[in-house]
Design a protein around this ligand. Structure first.
Ligand code: SAH
Ligand code: SF4
Length: 402
């Protein structure tokens, strides 16, 4: 595999990031993760005649129809198909385990070709189905209530590994369009994507941008940017670019309204404070009353859940004139965590104050808790760590934030 050293913003340690496309041990390149220009160049380099036209056809088969076998690409001459098969594969992430919750939520543990594990979750609802996609193996940040935060960052996922999650979900749901069929929007089981799996997507900007670009391409997977939401813990310097260059809906993990509490539970706050974060939200390209920014707020007992906190949240949203909705997330516990979830009455009272101020504040129903698939419960055993290791990693991550 090709690797290149690169520094992840927010961390001082160089992390090996495989280049996309990823070569197989047999030397063939994976087409998944290539954008259109890369596919044309790759086909030309393989000696395919008329690579532009061929790439258009291959793109359609691979990204629109979900084909994994060159033999099925019937509008491509047999000789060209053989050349393609000699040089390329159409891969999928390797599935280590699949768990199904009593509420229908499915969680896949996936393995990269270099042996790293990450998770993906599908949450079916009556009127939609949401795929929760990971952007990194682990996370450089260390939000105190998040299980992923206790993992060392292993590496960024490549664009192919990001798109691959969506393609694998389509396979599992049997949702590739048949010829002439135009499955769009709510007609699909997989109707929405949230970048809310493992990792901080804005610390893997290039691969997330490229991966989502492929997911949104109208001649390929064709998911509308309006059905995709990227969640960030508040990487302020990347937010404007995310709006301009990716253009999906934004969710911000706010979780606290005072400096002290947010510094404690979302340590990135020490670098980019609440005022800076909300200023960047106010400037987020494309946010308006029809496309609101979602503020995620995890309900932690006696930590961030008082009526005063709710009132302060309303004040901040008004102060910055934010087109906002609030998503209250009952805290999902995991082994060894120090926090508890607020009571149902407390959450209701908090939500009421925000609703009465004219701001939508629904409470997110926990899904997949029985298989540790709910928000903040994702963690792979890519690196097995002792308690002492966990404390050291937390200290290192905080030191890296400066
Ligand atoms: N790194 C990004 C996206 C992944 S987390 C971010 O932090 O925004 C997706 C959401 O789940 C975030 O709002 C995160 O704060 C929240 N979350 C993390 N741990 C949680 C837990 N234990 N219970 C409930 N929500 C949690
Ligand atoms: Fe990373 Fe998000 Fe978890 Fe924070 S909440 S540790 S940013 S994955």
């Amino acid at each position: 595999m090709h690797t290149a050293a690169m520094t992840i913003p927010g961390s001082d340690s160089p992390v090996p990031v495989p280049r996309s496309p990823v070569s197989r041990p047999d030397g063939r390149d994976d087409l998944i993760g290539m954008d259109k220009a890369e596919m044309v160049a790759a086909l030309a380099a393989a000696g395919i005649v008329n690579p532009k036209l061929r790439a258009k056809q291959v793109w359609h088969w691979v990204y629109h129809r979900g084909a994994t076998d060159f033999g099925s690409m019937t509008d491509i001459a047999k000789a060209a198909r053989n050349v393609l098969a000699d040089h390329f594969v159409v891969g999928r992430p390797e599935v280590t385990t699949l768990q199904v919750s009593s509420d229908g939520t499915r969680k896949w543990l996936l393995r990269t070709s270099d042996g790293n594990e990450y998770e993906m979750v599908f949450i079916p609802d009556a009127d939609r189905g949401t795929l929760c996609v990971s952007s990194q193996v682990g996370c450089t940040l260390n939000c105190r209530f998040c299980h992923t935060g206790t993992m060392k960052l292993v590496r960024n996922l490549t664009a192919g590994e990001i798109v691959g999650q969506v393609m694998l979900a389509r396979d599992a749901l049997g949702e590739w369009p048949q010829p002439g069929e135009d499955l769009v929007g709510e007609a699909r089981m997989l109707s929405n994507i949230v970048m809310m799996g493992m990792g901080e997507p804005l610390y893997n900007f290039d691969n997330v941008k490229k991966g989502l670009g492929i997911v949104m391409d109208e001649t390929g997977l064709a998911l509308s940017r309006r059905r995709i939401t990227l969640s960030t813990s508040g990487v302020v310097p990347m937010m404007a670019r995310a709006g301009e260059e990716i253009g999906v809906n934004l969710a911000v993990s706010l979780h606290a309204v005072t400096k002290d509490i947010r510094d404690e539970i979302v340590p990135l706050n020490r670098k980019y404070g609440i005022d800076e974060l909300l200023t960047a939200c106010a400037a987020y390209p494309g946010a308006n009353n029809a496309r609101r920014i979602t503020f995620e707020y995890v309900m932690l007992k006696d930590k961030n859940d008082s009526d005063d906190d709710a009132r302060e949240l309303v004040r901040l949203i008004r102060k910055y004139k934010l087109p906002a909705k609030v998503n209250l997330i009952p805290f999902n516990p995991w082994p060894g965590v120090a926090y508890e979830c607020s009571s149902a009455e407390r959450i209701e009272s908090f939500s009421d104050i925000i609703f009465k101020a004219g701001i939508s504040a629904p409470v997110r129903t926990p899904r997949g808790r029985d298989i540790m698939a709910a928000c903040g419960q994702l963690k792979s055993e890519s690196v097995k760590l002792s308690r002492a290791d966990l404390d050291r990693i937390a200290a290192e991550k905080q030191a890296a934030l400066g």
